[in-house]
Write a protein that binds this ligand. Structure first.
Ligand SMILES: [Cu+2]
Length: 166
């Protein structure tokens, strides 16, 4: 009888150990880009609402580690719906940010290639699939978008965004 009790407890512990690191990310992973996420003002803008979309910009991602187009001009306070098409055979992602922020984040991705990350200003797009982000550029300035998968950023998978003041 003693042994039949020991087994479930052991399994429970294994379960806790396995779920521990995943739990920390669950809140963000379940959030849809357009769902009621907590909107945090970033230097490069804030999560946008579907009802406020000013225009759609389509961007393709390729295994040549390039975005097309890779130069965007946006007016301050525009809400952009980015439609991201992965035309390659590798996973790619689209992450908005400042050069400094993306540099730091890319370094983390090289150190921890399996690190899970998800925020309203990023999309992970499987080969042949489409992703979407809705983002309001409420601050003027020069920003970037990048694929932070280890090796991709370093190979130049980066684009420029200029947000013009009103
Ligand atoms: Cu990539």
């Amino acid at each position: 009888m003693k042994q039949t009790h020991a087994l479930p407890i052991a399994l429970l512990w294994v379960g806790l150990l396995l779920s521990g690191p995943a739990l920390a990310h669950n809140d963000k992973h379940t959030a849809q880009p357009s769902a009621a996420v907590i909107k945090e003002q970033k230097p490069w803008g804030i999560a946008g609402d579907r009802e406020q979309i000013s225009r759609t910009i389509e961007i393709s991602m390729s295994d040549q580690m390039r975005f097309t187009p890779d130069q965007l001009e946006i007016k301050q306070d525009e809400t952009i719906r980015f439609v991201l098409r992965n035309e390659g055979k590798l996973l790619h992602e689209f992450v908005l940010g400042t050069r400094k922020e993306l540099d730091a984040h890319a370094a983390m991705m090289v150190k921890f290639p399996t690190m899970q990350h998800d925020e309203p200003y990023m999309a992970h797009v499987a080969p042949g699939k489409r992703g979407e982000i809705i983002w309001t550029f409420n601050r003027a300035g020069d920003f970037e978008f990048a694929c932070l998968i280890a090796g991709h950023y370093q190979a130049g998978m980066v684009g420029q965004i200029r947000v013009l003041a009103e």
